[in-house]
Ligand binder design. Structure first.
Ligand code: 13P
Length: 340
């Protein structure tokens, strides 16, 4: 894609009422979830699952893009492009998650960065030729009293910016993601501070690497207290702090912000997204969802690995996508949960 096309593609990913479905976990993450639900942990089951979620009729009303794993793309190549064709038939853009297993930061062993930057260009060139239009790279961030360090912020930001520059050089829209994990009992103010420092490091790094900000999607965590803190679920504080830190640090030319769900329950993440959009009605960028677990969990529970439940699972996914679409427009009402 040329620069102008990339800008348009980024805008389409965050179009009004639409968000992104992230199914880019590989088998090592999906299989433990299958095991909890009593689903067989085999390649065939993975194929059935990925085929089911990439062929939901009507999903494009609420979902603009689906992020696949590299394993799913490799499987798709073997089986005649069924996942990509399913998405294309619905008018949904295909994306790919590219970060690999975390590696310890040299000189700061308690911190990690995502691995795989050295092979990124080669992998992404092949994915682009295969029909992938956008990409995702996630940088994991842990909060403790001592972490992140200044060094951690800088190295992670440079790495994210390198990824984004490589993606754009190949005509691929980069989703620039950081995930401040919720483990710990820190107050929400600490997450606000770390989120702000991440953003403060990322944008100069993107600028230095000559990344076109109008052709990215920013994917941050919502700002929350640590999971062990009594205020973890304070929706008013989450929406207020999230909007205020984004307003302070995210330039207006970024076309959109798409949040990860971070282990919040499906309805919690929808309610938080709704509250964020209410608090940020006049924000310069649309704010939407790019959820993994919060969109997939109800579908996986409904499916249970059984062909006879495929339609139920697809309905469950549609329902969550619709609820999140309403939240993107700040018109979600929990009473609607039982109406589909
Ligand atoms: P969650 O919404 O489950 O945090 O995941 C987002 C994501 O990008 C998964 O790869």
């Amino acid at each position: 894609m040329e620069g102008c096309d990339m800008r348009n593609a980024a805008k389409r990913l965050v179009a009004p009422g639409k968000g992104i479905l992230a199914i880019d976990d590989n088998a090592d993450v999906v299989f433990p979830r299958f095991a909890e639900l009593g689903i067989e942990q085999t390649g065939d089951m993975l194929k059935n699952y990925w085929s089911m979620v990439t062929s939901v009729e009507g999903l494009s009303e609420f979902v603009s893009g689906v992020i696949l794993s590299e394993d799913a793309i490799a499987m798709d190549m073997q089986h005649g492009k069924s996942f990509l064709q399913g998405l294309a038939a619905e008018g949904i853009a295909a994306g790919v998650g590219l970060d690999q297993a975390d590696i310890a930061l040299p000189s700061s062993e308690a911190e990690k960065v995502a691995g795989g930057l050295d092979t990124l260009e080669k992998r992404l060139t092949a994915h682009a030729a295969y029909g992938v239009h956008f990409a995702k790279w996630c940088m994991p961030v842990r909060i403790t009293e001592a972490l992140p360090t200044d060094f951690g912020y800088q190295v992670n930001a440079i790495q994210l910016a390198r990824y984004a520059a490589i993606a754009q050089s190949l005509g691929i829209v980069p989703i620039v993601e950081f995930d401040i994990v919720t483990e710990g009992d820190h107050p929400i103010e600490r997450c606000t501070e770390v989120t702000g420092r991440m953003l403060e490091a990322i944008f100069p790094a993107l600028h230095t690497q000559r990344v076109d900000l109008a052709a990215i999607v920013l994917k941050p965590n919502m700002v929350t207290a640590g999971r062990g803190n009594a205020h973890f679920r304070n929706i008013e504080a989450i929406s207020r702090q999230t909007v205020s830190v984004l307003r302070r640090f995210v330039p207006a030319d970024v076309p959109g912000i798409a949040f990860l769900s971070g282990g919040q329950s499906p309805t919690e993440s929808t309610a938080n997204l709704n509250a964020i959009n209410m608090a940020g009605r006049d924000a310069p960028w649309p704010m939407t969802f790019c959820f993994g677990r919060a969109l997939q969990d109800p579908a996986q529970s409904a499916w249970q690995g059984q062909a006879s439940r495929r339609k139920d699972a697809q309905r469950a996914l549609m329902h969550r996508a619709k609820m999140n679409s309403l939240a993107q427009r700040a018109i979600y009402d929990p009473a609607l949960e039982n109406q589909d």
